[in-house]
Design a binder for this molecule. Structure first.
Ligand code: SAM
Length: 280
């Protein structure tokens, strides 16, 4: 019978953010495939885990994954870990998981820390819809093209950034979107110097520029989605006023039904305007 591949999330800073189940799995599998075997040893030592390690990183994973899948097929259980957070999220692991699944191997997640999710959870920005963009291009011109393409996205968008480029990235962002747009910089999450700044792009950029510490560590940047005023502007000022008053008191459905009665505007247009007003 084939073994099982466990995709195990590890802490993104605070070593205590590791589950009992994750420790158990790392103790009992036959092999741990790690992005950096030296780096993971700190975590293993902390939890008194003594197990076999093999290296699986971005430069060898295409080549090494078939061998690991053979081991899984022969019955060995393997855990996949990256340096921090959830494997595959801007981290190695995709070729192994894809191949294992193609070969009918059971792949099971051991969930835990992930910087993008941790940042979203404390950002104060809408999280019902978001897009995760990983790391941005390294050159300024490619970044600006990327920002131009994202500019009208109405969902919150999130990217990872390094200390070398945080300032340049925010400066590029200001060249493309309004300085009044709300953004969040989440820095050093779960660590000693954890900082989460939620403000307009203008103000956040000023803080990052003027405080050297705000350019140190690891960063997640979140940008509030573009606001669509289209449907609100399709109704008259009076219709909008009536709808807003009703929305304060009633559900969307009731408010729209009453606004149709009162103003005579079309239900579909009022309904969409109500969603826009409520920010959905
Ligand atoms: N797989 C990881 C995850 O689940 O979050 C991400 C790995 S990616 C190579 C590393 C990047 O994630 C960092 O450059 C930074 O942008 C972000 N990151 C990781 N840990 C972080 C932390 N504690 N605070 C803020 N951002 C972090």
């Amino acid at each position: 019978m084939s073994g099982k591949l466990y995709v195990v999330a590890t802490p993104i800073g605070n070593l205590a953010d590791f589950s009992y189940r994750a420790v158990e799995i790392l103790k009992t599998v036959d092999l741990i495939a790690a992005e950096d075997t030296r780096h993971v040893k700190m975590l293993l030592q902390h939890y008194s885990i003594n197990n076999n390690l093999i290296s699986l990183h971005q430069h060898n994973e295409e080549h090494a994954s078939p061998g690991l899948v053979e081991k899984l097929k022969s019955g060995l259980n393997i855990a996949l870990v990256s340096d921090a957070g959830t494997p595959l999220l801007s981290d190695p692991g995709m070729p192994l998981v894809r191949l294992a699944k193609q070969q009918g191997i059971d792949v099971s997640p051991i969930p835990g820390a992930c910087a993008v999710i941790a940042a979203l959870s404390v950002s104060g920005l809408p999280v019902t819809r978001f897009t995760f963009e990983g790391f941005l291009p390294r050159t300024s011109s490619a970044r600006k093209t990327f920002f131009s393409n994202k500019k009208s996205d109405t969902a919150t968008w999130v990217f990872y950034e390094s200390s070398h480029r945080i300032l340049a990235s925010l400066e590029d962002l200001l060249e493309v979107i309004s300085g009044g747009r709300r953004i969040v910089v989440a820095r050093e999450l779960t660590k000693l110097f954890e900082t989460v700044v939620n403000d307009t792009l203008d103000n956040v950029l000023e803080q990052v520029r003027s405080d050297n510490n705000m350019q140190k560590g690891e960063f997640v940047v979140l940008v509030e989605g573009a606001v669509v005023e289209k449907n609100i502007s399709e109704i008259t000022e009076e219709q909008s006023r009536v709808l807003k008053v009703l929305l304060k008191e009633c559900s969307i459905k009731t408010a729209v039904a009453m606004a149709v009665e009162i103003t005579g505007a079309r239900k579909k247009v009022l309904y969409q305007a109500a969603l826009d007003i409520n920010g959905k």
